[in-house]
Ligand binder design. Sequence first.
Ligand code: ZN
Length: 197
Amino acid sequence: MNYERTRNAATGLKTMMLKIVQAGDPVLRAIGRRLTIEEIKSSSIQSLIESMRDTMRAAPGVGLAAPQIGESIQLAVIEDRADYLENVAADQLKERHRLAIDFHVIINPNLSFVDDTSAEFFEGCLSVEGFQAIVQRSFKVHVECLNERAEPITIDAEGWYARILQHEIDHLNGRLYIDRMESRTFSTNENLMKYWK
Ligand code: ZN
C-alpha cells in the first residue's frame, strides 16, 4: 500500500529487487494459498521475505503483499518508518491516527472488525501505480496470524495501521482497493495534489 507519497529513504539495498505487478495481472485476483509451518521456515520463504522488505522500502510503500510480486501465497510485509512520518504534516498524522510501525511479517492472517467505527481517507496501491481514491475502512481491527518464525501472533490495530492491514489482507484474498473505493474520488496523484489538498 502506498499513500502520502514520501521521499525514498536512502537504504542499503543488498537483496534482490522484485518486480511489482500492476492491476490486470490475474495473480492480483487469486486467493493466496496458505503456507505450512515447514514452508515458512524454508530458506526460499525466508529470502522472499527479505526481498519483499527491500522491494517495499525501495518503492517506497508501507505494505507489500506476496501477490503483488507474483506469488499467490498468504504473506505480506508491513512497515511504516519513522522517517516517512517526518515528511507528513503533524495534523495529517493526527487525523489519520498514523504512528510508526516496525517492520513485521503477517502470514495466513484472519482479520476481524472490532466494532463498526470507520474512517475515510485517500489510499493508493503499488499495483495501481499513480492513482489514489477515498476508501472507507474499519477504524479498529483484530488480526490473528503467524510471523516469519511461524509463531502465532495477534495484532490489535487502529487508525492508519488498521487501514494498512485491511489493504494488505485484501490483496491476499484477491481484492484491490478499487473494489471498495468511492469511485468518483479516483484521481491521479498529480490531480490529488492539485484539487484536493
Ligand atoms: Zn496494494
